[in-house]
Design a protein around this ligand. Sequence first.
Ligand SMILES: Cc1cc2nc3c(=O)[nH]c(=O)nc-3n(C[C@H](O)[C@H](O)[C@H](O)COP(=O)(O)OP(=O)(O)OC[C@H]3O[C@@H](n4cnc5c(N)ncnc54)[C@H](O)[C@@H]3O)c2cc1C
Length: 1002
Amino acid sequence: MSQHYAITMPQLSDTMTEGVVVTWEKQPGDKVERGDIVATVETDKAIMDVEVFKAGYLAGPLADVGATIAVGAALGYITDTAGDVAIAAGEVVEEQAQTEMIPHHAGTPIVMPQLSDTMTEGVVVTWEKQPGDIIKRGDIVATVETDKAIMDVEVFQEGFLSGPIADVGSVVEVGHPMAFIVDDAVKANDTGVTISADHKVKNTHKVAPPSADKPTHIPTPKAAPAHISAAGNVPPVARPQGRQASPYARKVAAQLGVNLTGLAGTGPSGVIVAADVARARPSMQEVAHSLPQVDVPGQGRAMTSMEKAVSHAMTASLTLPTFNVTVNINTAALTAAAKTKKVSVTVAIAKACSVAMAKFPRMNWAYQPVDKLVERSNHDFGVAVMSNDGGLVVPILHSIEKKPLEALQSDWTGLVERARVRKLAPAEYSNPTFTISNMGMLGVSHFTAIPTPGISAILAIAANGPQGTPFTITGDHRVLNGADVALYLATLKQTIEAPDAWMAGGATVAAEAVAGQAATVSAPVSPIPEGNWDFPVVIVGGGPGGEDCARDLADHGIKVMMVNNEPFPGGECLWRGCIPSKAWRAAADVIRNRAHDAEMGVDGTNAPALNWAQVEKHRRWVQSSRGDMALKADKGMKIDVREGYGEFADTHTLKITPVEGEPYTVSFGAAVIATGAPAFVPPIPGARENLATGGVVTSDTIWNLATPPKKLGIVGGGVIGVEMAQIFRDFGTEVLMLERNERILAEVEEEIAKTLIASLEKEITVVTGADIKEASGKPGAMTLRYANKEGVESVFDCDVILMATGKRPDTGKLNLDKVGVELDGAAIKVNARCQTSAPHIYAVGDVIGGYMLAHTAATQGRVAADNLLGHGSEYDQDKDCGVTFSRPQAGFVGLSVAQAKAKGIDAVEAKMPMSIDAKAMITGETEGMIKLVADKATGRIIGVHYLADHTDTLIGIGVMMVAGEMTLTQVAKAIFPHPTQTELFGELARRLLNRLRRTAKK
Ligand SMILES: Cc1cc2nc3c(=O)[nH]c(=O)nc-3n(C[C@H](O)[C@H](O)[C@H](O)COP(=O)(O)OP(=O)(O)OC[C@H]3O[C@@H](n4cnc5c(N)ncnc54)[C@H](O)[C@@H]3O)c2cc1C
């Protein structure tokens, strides 16, 4: 008779009562050996491997991925019978198969910290404490050598140091134990718990290689990772700090040399699975190792971590197509000025590089695979320093563009001291945006330096010669061309040779000054071309983008004309977008809120009735009042507002076709295009054809509905579709939403979207992966024919169909080719200053793509105006925000963790559910959460994400925190009133600070 054993949820800590299944590493039927990892589970502390100590075959039923299982309860089974993939209910389970999780009960492990993105292992250099020594919070117990520097290992737990301890000189993988801390001196070096061979210091556990005859299967529920095979017995890479990665993913990562930090995870709750690793770009290590190798005779010794890092980075630099440009610069004046200012020449040169770079921002960009450019405005320059042991260390002077010389000198003094002994914190050497190497001090007459992936230019400074000091830039040709570098070096030469212009202060105008204009220039210079124009500036389009731009220019005394092909300004936002939709939402809110009155103790309000005529009257009153106010304000500000259609006749002439009368032209110096983006209807049979009858509507025409439909079909699950779905649901409409993609709300932060979708699906029917075949019928009797992802066809009979399939700029009739304005897809291509490829023409708002939001358009309008007034102003998407007016409301400010990581920021987040907030409990608004995202290196808050009632108000706090670049400490210390939902921000900041403090390494 066959025997079955239960694999039970192991208990990791005294506090652990349950765990969540994250992955299955084996499938039913797979052979299992003693010590195999069969699953990973998430506990209250971390994701852990579940190891079994009984051989046999894995059998189901297995606990579902994502299921919460109590400690001691069965996760799955092991049977001794091959081919027995599931044991039947009622079959006898003999006993529990012994399971174990790593780490086990030797104490709290002190693990090798990950001190930089590239660090995968470290070498133990010293032990500062001995087994049995008392350990206090913040004690430094050891030093380790990483690929960049020698670092202290600090611990944040009290207790006593206990073995087994990794020997000095031994290599320990990141995340793996170096020693343990026990709570009682007598337990130190306690042999009651032995560290088995599987848990030895170098490899805490091993993953059995896949059997030769069977391709490895990655048990992820959704994504199809397909044939990724981690053959061989390579130890898995460490878990990335603060992230979850399946053991198999870590093993594949080790095989492929992929760095897990910053990789997006598609597993449950964002766990990194093997498929994510397979999709990732190769690391420097993989690039280096993938090159053909030439055999070298002799007995090699293993490289140290630092030697390896340099070797990988240098080989990876071969992927950069580089070129060199040299200019000789007389540094005498700079040297003298630096001496007077009491700053080092190195700091003065770094500042000069930054001042010159203000005019040539490309020098600070980087190529990002595949075919992307990272446009950075922060000047964080790496400057090479010789360490005491003769190696090169490259500490980073941060934010050079913002800091005065004195502050930079003070930063530099500390950095050099730490660099010389290789004791730099990771933020002090990671992710420079430009690098300077000054070998001139070693007397070399000329040299070139090698940029590595992540920067596009490196400056090599040689020794002073008869013609001056050679400054050679090696540039990445994918980002820079020869002219960029030549012009930059010419500006740098002027900056260095005339240092008084910028060293005396006013570095921001200095770049302008040295870039060809008079050295004394201090007033901003407007780029509006001189000429006898009818209008110095014309603006095409009177929505939020055009109107804000026109107002700012008029406010500064510029004669502006704004042409809009509608009788009143306000654009889509006022007439077809934000305002009317929120008027509907307000009525829907009143209906929805009544449903909870009884819970609060108020009876008799549960049968609200919709008065559609009054809803519409109120909406129209808001719109017409605001339209009237806007027009009066514009005219009052002396903006020449014209009704008509604008198109370019030539580079300085706009043709206007009014509603009545003949077309006419006006001449202009500069122009701003703010024409928006209409609703886009894809070529689904019947969709475009039925627009005319009103059987199919878009966000442009839904406002003509005579009554709310009884049944509404919505095609498209973006923000507009979701807002409309819930509004009409609250008005009593039955709604079916069809979405072509795998998930709706694709643009919303993942966890926020997931939670909102779960709520939404309780109210309306959502079909994702839908193939929409046809829209047919007549208004009041429409039919939507579609197939679901399994290919099964259905029809939905409804009164009307809303195509909420996005918006797309339509510039076909503007004659952009006549004026040299280029497109990027359907959108107008602009730089961060909102300037198009024609230098005197700017474009703002929906017509340039990106976030299609009213405040984004208005902000860009003000950026364009500012630039036309001669101030350097940029739109920073990383500080933008948005609200989805769903219930609860979703909102974002700044970056999500995934977005931050994609930009190379080591970001962390904390979240709080609304259900624990006192005010939310009082008002019964407990759905959702708030998340705070911070840059680990600086503690700056870079993102806030919401799913909460009143997000439209609470978001203001997030906006101020992100826009003001506030730190966690500042928010943690701020006093928020009780009981209000704002208290959560202080809580979140304190929680995140504490977490960082606990895990911080020096
Ligand atoms: C249903 C819906 C709800 C929305 N809700 C929100 C929200 O809650 N919050 C938010 O921030 N955003 C929201 N939006 C988006 C918001 O409406 C737009 O992002 C915003 O209006 C864009 O401003 P804009 O100035 O770029 O263009 P628009 O507002 O589209 O203005 C462009 C103007 O230019 C005119 N025009 C076009 N071509 C010409 C031409 N050749 N000559 C003269 N005039 C021309 C147009 O008629 C229009 O008046 C919503 C949109 C929709 C559809």
